[in-house]
Write a new protein. Structure first.
Length: 582
């Protein structure tokens, strides 16, 4: 039987250890009879029966492995925003220019986004635990180098390496969740991951303010980086003990090559897309936008090359057949616009509160905390209910996010004086609740029909879209924000900051509404199969037999697929025939 085929739910197969779950080969269309009702002996060990204690230990080990992944993901995503509040201290301590400060922020984002897809493909091919641990070790060492920096050049270089480590970690988390969990458990695990994504981004300014206030304004910025050291070392030890180390089936034959030309073309194309946006405030003139033309050419060459690899039998960096899965490409487009809208609000809200209303870094962080709390709570709810409501839940979340952001703009206009900052808590809470209903369910739906063997590269493409969306949003909203401030022709007053903040928020709402349009189009034109997570087998692998052909929808190609109600039930332990004595 060929290796690498995803299993279908056609019989009571004995479940493997959930932590090192590997898809079983497809028995083929001719083997649709229920499996025998006798217990199947394990290979080489004779007849045996899994005890309740063994099953309980394996279940607990899976969730412990997930906890390690989430803590590492929290660290890597936290460093996107936590450094913002440390910039004044870094400027004083290292005598850094404005350009240097910009590179401290954008350098991390650039290298993080640049390596997501190659890292995902590498994890698929070489083992996800190995790549996860390599990224975590690199991130931890680079954090130590950042804290010990003696010049701005040193710090920028360390941040680039730190971003590389974060980019290696991120796609492995989504792929490991796919590998270790199935069905509702997978949705629940993605709900926890969605909580981490929302909370880490929003809580960064608060945590950074607490650290700087506790450690002192002069050297406190160093502890923003040093705080990663003990956590990273503990995670490394636990990752070695708990994470599965076996590549998924179907990838062993692809380990001979990681498509170096594809890596080069995609890396150059993503860099050409990101660079003009992350350097929009520092790179003056219109010449930077010519890079977008170069990006279009490079990405077109990348698609052509990947298509040639796929048709020629060579393993591509990204399987273009993924984009024939409707739920996958819809989720990628949707999340790009959503990240363009919601990630920039922390940037402009912090500026408005600290520079316009003269909040301290800690006060500004506290004012944004309701967003993080709402996002975390709603992500848990979304993870539990996405199987029931599908893409409609995402659409509700986007609508709530748009209402919350619009309400924030109205509140900023209606309430004057320093108290205005505290009145923003309520609409920001609603925006956070909406975001929590988007990130977690959308991740589950987007990857639901992706074969586990492609989980890393698929997650890398999805997260690259998130990074591009965030860069576009921050650049566009930041340009509008600072453009309104520059119209003051002098030192901006409170009214100028308020006007700039309102205009920035309305552009955020526009991005979120574009995402809402994509979600509603999918709800109105898609069927049940594309609106809810795919059915999963005993190994947690979606039945993607209908997605490998020319059709983008798997809902119409699975006519021979057994229904949920027609699948043979698994025999209970009490119904198994007794072993012969003696």
């Amino acid at each position: 039987m060929p290796e690498g085929r995803t299993p279908r739910d056609d019989g009571p197969e004995p479940e493997p250890d959930p932590v090192s779950r590997v898809p079983e080969p497809d028995p083929g269309p001719g083997s649709r009879e229920p499996a025998p009702q006798e217990p199947v002996p394990e290979r080489g060990s004779g007849p045996s029966e899994e005890t309740d204690e063994t099953a309980s230990a394996a279940h607990a080990r899976r969730w412990k492995a997930l906890a390690v992944c989430l803590v590492a993901g929290f660290m890597s995503l936290l460093d996107v925003s936590i450094v913002n509040v440390a910039l004044p201290s870094i400027r004083e301590g290292l005598h850094t220019t404005e350009s240097g400060l910009q590179w401290i922020i954008s350098g991390y984002a650039l290298s993080f986004g640049l390596f997501l897809v190659p890292a995902g493909r590498m994890g698929d091919a070489r083992g996800r635990r190995r790549v996860f641990m390599a990224g975590l070790a690199l991130f931890t060492l680079a954090s130590a180098a950042c804290g010990a920096a003696r010049s701005s050049v040193w710090l920028v270089g360390a941040r680039l390496v730190q971003g590389l480590g974060g980019g290696l970690i991120a796609p492995q988390i989504s792929a490991l969740i796919q590998q270790m969990f199935g069905g509702r458990e997978r949705a629940r695990a993605f709900g926890m991951f969605g909580t981490i994504v929302g909370v880490s981004t929003a809580i960064g300014p608060l945590l950074g303010g607490v650290i700087i206030q506790a450690a002192g304004a002069d050297e406190g910025w160093r502890w923003v980086f040093y705080v990663n050291l003990p956590t990273g070392l503990v995670c490394l030890y636990l990752a070695h003990r708990l994470l599965p180390d076996t590549p998924t089936a179907g990838t062993r034959q692809s380990t001979r090559s990681l498509d170096p030309l594809g890596v080069l073309l995609l890396g150059a194309g993503v860099l050409a897309v990101l660079l003009p946006f992350v350097q929009a405030q520092q790179w003056h003139g219109d010449g930077k936008w010519l890079l977008l033309i170069a990006a279009a050419v490079l990405l077109a060459c990348f698609v052509r090359w990947e298509s040639r690899c796929g048709s020629g039998g060579t393993e591509p960096l990204v399987a273009l057949s993924l984009f024939r899965i409707r739920s996958y490409w819809t989720g990628c487009v949707l999340i790009l616009f959503h990240f363009a809208g919601f990630t920039s609000i922390f940037f402009i809200t912090t500026l408005y509160l600290q520079s316009g209303l003269h909040f301290t870094a800690l006060q500004a962080g506290l004012a944004i905390t309701p967003f993080a709390l709402g996002s975390g709570a709603a992500a848990q709810f979304g993870g539990r209910h996405v199987d029931r409501y599908g893409r409609s839940l995402v659409a509700c979340g986007l609508a709530l996010t748009a209402v919350g952001l619009a309400g924030t703009a109205v509140t900023a206009h209606a309430v004057r004086g320093p108290a205005a900052g505290w009145y923003l808590l309520v609409p920001l809470l609603f925006a956070g609740l909406g975001t929590g209903l988007v990130i977690s369910p959308n991740q589950t739906l987007t990857l639901s029909r992706v074969p586990v063997a492609r989980g890393g590269s698929a997650a890398g493409v999805l997260q690259t879209g998130q990074r591009i969306g965030a860069a576009v949003g921050i650049a566009g909203i930041g340009a509008l924000f600072f453009g309104r401030l520059n119209e003051s022709h002098g030192v901006p007053g409170v009214g100028d900051w308020r006007s700039a903040y309102q205009h920035g928020l309305m552009l955020s709402v526009a991005f979120v509404l574009l995402a809402l349009g994509a979600a509603l189009a999918d709800v109105w034109t898609g069927g049940r199969e594309d609106g809810r997570p795919a059915p999963t087998g005993s190994s947690g692998t979606p039945d993607t037999s209908g997605t490998s052909g020319s059709s983008g929808s798997s809902g119409t190609s699975g006519a021979s697929r057994p229904s949920r109600t027609s699948r043979p039930s698994r025999p209970s332990r009490t119904s198994r025939p007794p072993r012969p004595s003696g």
